[in-house]
Design a protein around this ligand. Structure first.
Ligand code: UDP
Length: 235
């Protein structure tokens, strides 16, 4: 079986790295994600990863603190996660580069689009850290922006739940999962796929989003091979 995509962005929420703890990094979880990434790299897919930071810090929920300061702290949290993922990938022999949207040259390369593309062409996994570098944005928006910039064909939005539902499946046992949705549906119905800034950016640039769960360790590979799992968001 051949991959149906050549270049993808994988968006991992911070939560996805925390496992059952809900906070920090669960080494076994991050190791399993690294194995999945390795599997698709071995299929010849160029993989860029955007990592969230919610397992450590979220700017928008830090009441009482200056929002921009809180957001910078959130961006730093994504750097911690990115370094952990880099370590897990390099442990199993996957070549990686971390690029940060805020310069911290002793730790990682600064984000330079052309350089990122070159790394991808050479088969390295590029991890985009520190979000967009701007407060008031999210790592979902980062995934959309970087996908447009590097001309990724799709955003793989790995979540805890296995797709997009019409209501919260954790609360409503009759919640219905969508197989397909349009960007406009997501925006009009206020569905919690990505925030609206990120969704609009995907809509304007026609970047499809596939929402699926990381629970089954084979899922990233299944999506890459064209199996219809989760929810597909497109025009
Ligand atoms: N953040 C930001 N600008 C960006 C990306 C992230 O200010 O371009 C901050 C923001 O405070 C956010 C935090 O970093 O809450 C962590 O990112 P996010 O909430 O997207 O992580 P996730 O929910 O995916 O774990």
């Amino acid at each position: 079986m051949r991959p149906i995509y050549k270049r993808v962005i994988l968006k991992l929420s911070g939560e996805a790295l925390a496992g059952e703890n809900g906070f920090g990094i669960d080494q076994s979880v991050i190791d399993s994600i690294a194995e999945q990434v390795k599997a698709i790299v071995n299929l010849g897919v160029e993989v860029a990863v955007v990592v969230g930071g919610g397992n450590f810090w979220r700017g928008r929920s830090s009441e009482g603190m200056d929002r921009t300061t809180a957001d910078y702290m959130g961006m730093l949290a994504t750097v911690i996660n990115s370094l952990a993922l880099q370590d897990a990938l390099e442990n199993i022999g996957v070549l990686t580069r971390v690029q940060t949207a805020i310069e911290m040259r002793q730790i990682a390369e600064p984000y330079i689009r052309r350089r990122a593309v070159r790394h991808l062409e050479k088969g390295r996994v590029v991890i985009f850290a520190a979000g967009t570098g701007n407060p008031y944005f999210s790592t979902d928006t980062t995934a959309s922006l970087r996908a447009a910039e590097i001309e990724a064909e799709v955003i793989l939005l790995a979540k805890k739940v296995d797709g997009v539902y019409d209501s919260d499946p954790a609360i409503n046992p009759n919640a219905k999962r969508f197989n397909e949705l349009t960007y406009i549906d997501v925006l009009n119905r206020g569905l919690k796929v990505m925030d609206s800034t990120a969704t609009s950016l995907c809509m304007d640039n026609k970047i499809p989003i596939i929402v699926f769960s990381l629970k089954n360790p084979e899922n990233i590979k299944r999506v890459i091979l064209g199996e219809k799992i989760g929810t597909y968001v497109k025009e």
